[in-house]
Design a binder for this molecule. Structure first.
Ligand code: XMP
Length: 535
């Protein structure tokens, strides 16, 4: 399959470049800057990302351009553009002041294929401390802003471009047009990367890879592991055994509901109710890290015990997705994020890893789920932490506290699902483009508040008590905090601006119906500096 390679020089926006290319129905891989694949016949073009470095930093990342130059069309973005200019004989110098924010392309070569369909004055987003002050021999400027002379360039007669702005970010209004011009017109993408082609190709590959082997998969009730399970079961049927461990700290009735969903999907699932063990091991533990460690250890123990019963299993499947794996590099070259859904399976089981979603972004996983006809409520389910409500109860954990929190959380989540809002214009277009099955009427679509939010939940502040009055009675009970955030990848998040009437109703309902709670607060912290979970 055709692919674009994005060489990652450590920019915060490298993943965004990947998303934008995928939105053009074109497969792409983000690789560390120095890991260009040798002899991959599927590569049709290369993008060099931005970087936190200046080209003059002694630790600045550098590559041998002769490996790719002349072989593929190349687009350098920000540092990528400066690096090529600097290396090929141009000049890069510190800008008099950092060039940051919105600017307009006051001069553009509209004949240049990179700028097809552009309009003069197009807004772009800049973010760099250095700037190109002289181009290499044979390079020509093709766009400038009032302050940036070489906002974009091309090496004459060669398929090599550089842009000092960021076409991948939302504030570059025609950024996706530029990327389309590069990926489709210049690199010649057939734009045949779609959910349907992915399902077809992956099921065929899995049949090939897994043959008659048995596979084990740990389900969490979340969208990633569920979609992975359905894909694999399409390839090998009930030679896939799924294990779903209930640690007792899932959402209200979630274990039963999810087991029901899995049955309807035809999955072969072993549900293990291990809540007693978890509650007993967690009794009296208040330290958040300690809680996480105990839950992680117990989970692995129980999962392994079940997995070992499947004697001839050869593979462990996981719902790992692309953002879990991308090796983003920070200034020291260390991996920022590493992630594994299931850890520490015994070596003697000798299982090989099968990760069919490892190239997909979250929204693509959802598309694949829809493509396979999975129910919408499973596909749109918010992310939920592995340790469950344990990291949403401050202080020690008891079944009674879990019951209180489950009830409050259930009111909140049901409320979010029931509260409908209308969207039009660009907002509606985005929802429809993602394949969400909603009908447009008079230019508007109706979606739930739940679907507009990345993640929401209630937190029981069980280390806090406050005085209240109910009827004629004085109460002295716990507050519940509500948290709802918007995000695209959970790396950063903002608190959701929920409607006041909604919050008023939810607060009343929780205090009136959930015994043990007499106060409701709303968490208005963004991430960073806060995190999404409280523990
Ligand atoms: P934080 O709290 O770090 O959370 O902002 C970021 C995202 O990760 C989820 N999360 C977890 N997921 N196991 C998981 O599978 C965990 O231990 C865990 N802790 C946090 C969190 O819900 C959010 O989506």
């Amino acid at each position: 399959m055709q692919k674009i390679i994005i060489l990652d020089f450590g920019s915060q926006t490298t993943q965004l470049i990947g998303r934008r290319v995928r939105e053009l129905d074109t497969f792409c891989e983000i690789l560390p800057y120095n890991k260009f694949p040798k002899n991959d016949p599927d590569v049709i073009g290369v993008i060099l990302s931005g970087s936190p470095f200046s080209v003059y930093d002694p630790e600045a990342f550098s590559i041998d351009l002769s490996e790719i130059r002349g072989r593929y069309p190349i687009l350098g973005i920000c540092y990528g553009a400066q690096f090529m200019s600097h290396t090929l004989g141009g000049r890069v110098e510190p800008a008099p002041s950092r060039e940051y924010g919105r600017q307009h392309l006051t001069a553009i070569d509209l004949e240049n294929p990179l700028f097809r369909d552009f309009v003069k004055g197009s807004q772009v987003w800049m973010s760099h401390g250095d700037t190109i002050t002289a181009l290499p021999q044979g390079f020509k400027p093709i766009a400038s802003t009032e302050t940036v002379q070489f906002a974009a360039y091309q090496s004459e007669g060669e398929k090599l471009w550089g842009v000092q702005f960021h076409p991948e970010v939302f504030h570059s209004i025609q950024g996706s047009v530029l990327l389309r011009n590069f990926v489709v017109d210049i690199c010649g993408s057939h734009q045949d990367w779609s959910a349907a082609s992915f399902v077809e190709a992956t099921v065929a590959e899995l049949k090939d890879q897994l043959g008659n082997d048995r596979v084990i998969l740990g389900l969490s009730g979340g969208v990633d592991s569920s979609v992975a399970a359905v894909l694999i079961s399409r390839a090998i049927g009930d030679r896939l055994t799924c294990i779903f461990v209930d640690h007792g700290m899932l959402r209200k009735n979630e274990f039963q509901q999810v087991m029901e969903d899995y049955k309807v999907l035809g999955l072969n699932v072993i549900g293990v109710d291990a809540s007693e063990k978890f509650f007993s091991d967690l009794a009296g533990v208040t330290d958040p890290e300690q809680k996480r460690k105990i839950i992680g250890r117990d989970f692995v123990e129980i999962f392994n015990a079940e997995a070992k019963k499947i004697k001839d299993a050869k593979w462990l499947a996981q719902g790992t997705i692309y953002p879990d794996r991308i090796e983003s590099l920070n200034i020291t070259g260390k991996v920022i994020k590493s992630h594994h859904n299931v850890g520490g399976l015994p070596k003697e089981m000798n299982l090989q890893l099968c990760e069919p979603l490892k190239w997909l972004f979250k929204d693509e996983v959802r598309r694949v789920g829809r493509q396979m006809g999975m129910p919408e409520h499973l596909i749109t389910r918010h992310p939920f932490p592995g340790p469950g409500l344990a990291v949403r109860i401050l202080g020690d954990i008891t079944p009674e506290k879990v019951r209180i929190l489950q009830d409050a959380d259930d009111i909140f989540i049901r409320g979010l699902r029931d509260y409908k809002i209308k969207l039009s214009g660009e907002e509606a277009r985005k929802v429809l483009a993602a394949g969400v099955p909603v009908a447009m009427q008079d230019g508007e679509i109706e979606v739930s508040l739940y679907d507009q939010i990345w993640q929401a939940g209630a937190i029981l502040l069980s280390t806090v008590r406050s005085v209240g009055v109910m009827g004629d009675e004085r109460t002295y009970e716990h507050p519940v905090a509500l948290r709802a955030v918007t995000s695209t990848d959970a790396m950063t998040a903002d608190w959701a601006h929920l409607p006041y009437d909604f919050m008023a109703n939810i607060s009343n309902e929780i205090i009136n119906k959930v015994r043990g709670v007499n106060r409701v607060c709303y968490d208005i912290s963004s991430k960073p500096p806060a995190t999404i979970e409280w523990e």
